[in-house]
Design a protein around this ligand. Structure first.
Ligand code: PRP
Length: 182
């Protein structure tokens, strides 16, 4: 199906069909990894919301689902101070936890969340992301599972925003630099 690109976007990166197919492939790998266990899948709000729902429905593993909020105060495309709401609504002690993200950029969010869950006694913490942007790393962090790699540029859609816009686009696209002063 042809994608009708939003006028603020410069280029389509991944169509809804490509996202769905990549998500199914990663779901199969996760089913393999979690065979015989009941992990807690944690959606890192807000950006991961659509990926989380599609990934979990594509998995056969009987995972529990939980949500937590992490956000960095950003000015334009620059990642700032990380703010993690660590008032968890579940007990991580002794559990196998799967952290689900939309994008790994500097690596600070997942690195910090993973460390915090392990500190609270989680049995294991694995990470999965829809997009990985290795060129943007500021701390050393390697994600366990990913759907796609992306290069430079501001990415929006399928949960990802710029100033809270574009999250509900069904595809992933590069935002025009003029839209964020890039
Ligand atoms: C984005 C994304 C990740 C984080 C990744 O969240 O959803 O949580 O940034 O960046 P990092 O690797 O540099 O830490 P954001 O802070 O934009 O909040 P949002 O999910 O509510 O959009």
């Amino acid at each position: 199906m042809e994608t009708d690109l939003h006028e603020d976007c410069e280029k389509l990166l991944f169509s809804a069909e490509e996202i769905a197919s990549g998500t199914r492939s990663v779901a199969a790998l996760l089913d393999e990894a979690y065979r015989g266990t009941t992990p807690v899948a944690v959606c890192v709000l807000k950006g991961a919301v659509f990926f989380f729902c599609d990934l979990l429905r594509a998995m056969r593993t009987p995972a529990e689902i939980e949500f937590l909020r992490a956000s960095s105060y950003r000015r334009g495309a620059t990642s700032g101070t990380l703010c993690v709401d660590d008032a968890l609504s579940f007990e991580p002690r002794g559990r196998d936890i799967l952290l689900v993200e939309d994008i790994v950029d500097s690596g600070k969010t997942l690195r910090s969340l993973k460390a915090s869950l392990l500190e609270r006694g989680a049995k294991s913490v694995k990470t999965v992301t829809l997009l990985d942007k290795p060129s943007a790393r500021k701390v050393s962090f390697e994600v366990d599972y990913k759907v796609f790699d992306v290069g430079a540029g501001f990415v929006v859609g399928y949960g990802m925003d710029y100033a809270e816009k574009y999250r509900k686009l069904p595809y992933i696209a590069l935002l025009k630099p003029a839209m964020y002063g890039g």
